[in-house]
Design a protein around this ligand. Structure first.
Ligand SMILES: *Cc1c(COP(=O)(O)O)cnc(C)c1O
Length: 360
């Protein structure tokens, strides 16, 4: 007989207590500045976004869907699949949406729902959420926000801005794992949620309302992964220990340093500072130099990456998200970028770039 396998922490993790879910939802509500209901969904944040579209979309729903990366494209696709009438409002590739375009679209036709991504990790940009939310609210439209890449890195006041739905995940600036995501939902949005179906669905918000909110917020429907919820609890505890304001400030500081250093190296900013993400900085590449060439010439050890999607080849991304939101990480990536640009024949002054970053 083989002896029993020794206890190992990952497969043998202790059960997550049924009373533990509600405190996690409450902690997320505090992070978001909301007294709306907070739902926990197993699955990466893309699953939560699909669940929102699937639960709110229906024939007759008119949605203005702002597209500033593939996430917005996908959201529009899920709404259409649910039967909604969707008008995509697409920004110039790699750029934030212009407020004028939003206000013109909202003036041209009535909408029941406006969907937008707050910060984009794909291009390092920040959409004008506060202004878009005000425009949507003034017309009585629900506002749905993908805040996966902004929570923890940017100010995000769900109740202050009147956001009806905000979707987040722990895996970006909160520095956690991608297996559980969360969303807040307002009473007005609940009124529009499709009722539960006979068969349960991971994409049904009504299932979570009926099976969790309405039953005292104990065990979640299905069999929750203890590992993922222990990880979320530890992540939220760590965030509360650092403090939300300190976490946001750490991202803002890293982003300022990255932008100043990248500007010194390339001579050109990708977007204005008030439209730049605090999690990822896009450095605009000099003419004739591609992201692929930079990556091929950058010394090992950096986390530079190309942009994702159309327009992404004109930029290189410096990743200062979560545990990477530190000045030494930013300085390391600036050195790698400088070496690659130098190898490609673009004159760079590394000392000046590092000094600019350090001073920022
Ligand atoms: C990362 C991210 C998501 C979620 O993607 P995952 O595949 O769950 O990591 C959604 N929206 C935005 C804007 C993101 O940056």
């Amino acid at each position: 007989m083989t002896p029993p396998a020794p206890w190992t922490p990952l497969p043998d993790a202790p059960a997550f207590p049924a009373t533990g879910f509600a405190p996690l939802a409450d902690a997320i509500g505090r992070l978001l500045g909301t007294s709306n209901d907070v739902l926990l969904l197993q699955g990466e944040a893309v699953v939560a976004l699909e669940a929102v579209a699937q639960s709110l979309g229906r024939p007759g729903l008119r949605a203005l869907n702002i597209v500033t990366s593939m996430y917005g494209r996908w959201f529009g696709g899920w709404l259409r699949r649910a039967g909604a009438e969707v008008q995509d409002l697409v920004a110039r590739p790699g750029q934030p949406i212009s407020l004028n375009a939003v206000s013109e679209a909202l003036d041209a036709a009535p909408f029941d729902l406006v969907a937008v991504v707050h910060a984009e990790s794909a291009y390092g940009i920040l959409n004008p959420l506060e202004e878009i939310a005000a425009l949507a609210r003034a017309r009585g439209a629900l506002i749905v926000v993908d805040a996966v890449a902004s929570v923890g890195g940017h100010r995000l006041e769900v109740d202050g801005l009147g956001l009806d739905v905000a979707v987040i995940g722990p895996q970006k600036s909160l520095g956690g794992q991608a297996g559980v995501s969360a969303l807040s939902i307002s009473p007005a949005a609940w009124e529009r949620v499709a009722p539960a179906d006979e068969a349960p669905s991971i994409l049904s918000l009504a299932d979570l309302r009926d099976g969790w909110l309405a039953t005292g917020r104990l065990a979640l429907p299905g069999t929750p992964s203890a590992l993922e919820f222990h990880a979320l609890a530890a992540t939220l505890a760590r965030v509360e220990q650092e403090g939300l304001a300190a976490l946001q400030a750490r991202h803002a500081d890293a982003a300022r340093a990255a932008r100043a250093g990248a500007l010194a190296l390339t001579g050109r900013a990708w977007v204005s500072p008030d439209r730049a993400s605090n999690l990822v900085t896009a450095a605009a590449l000099p003419p004739g130099i591609t992201a692929a060439a930079v990556l091929a010439h950058a010394p090992a050890g950096h986390t530079l990456s190309a942009g994702v999607g159309p327009g992404g080849d004109g930029l290189i991304r410096l990743n200062h998200t979560g545990p990477r939101a530190r000045k030494d990480v930013v300085l390391g990536d600036l050195v790698a970028l400088a070496r690659a640009l130098g190898a490609l024949g673009h004159a760079v002054d590394l000392a000046a770039a590092l000094a600019a970053a350090a001073d920022a």
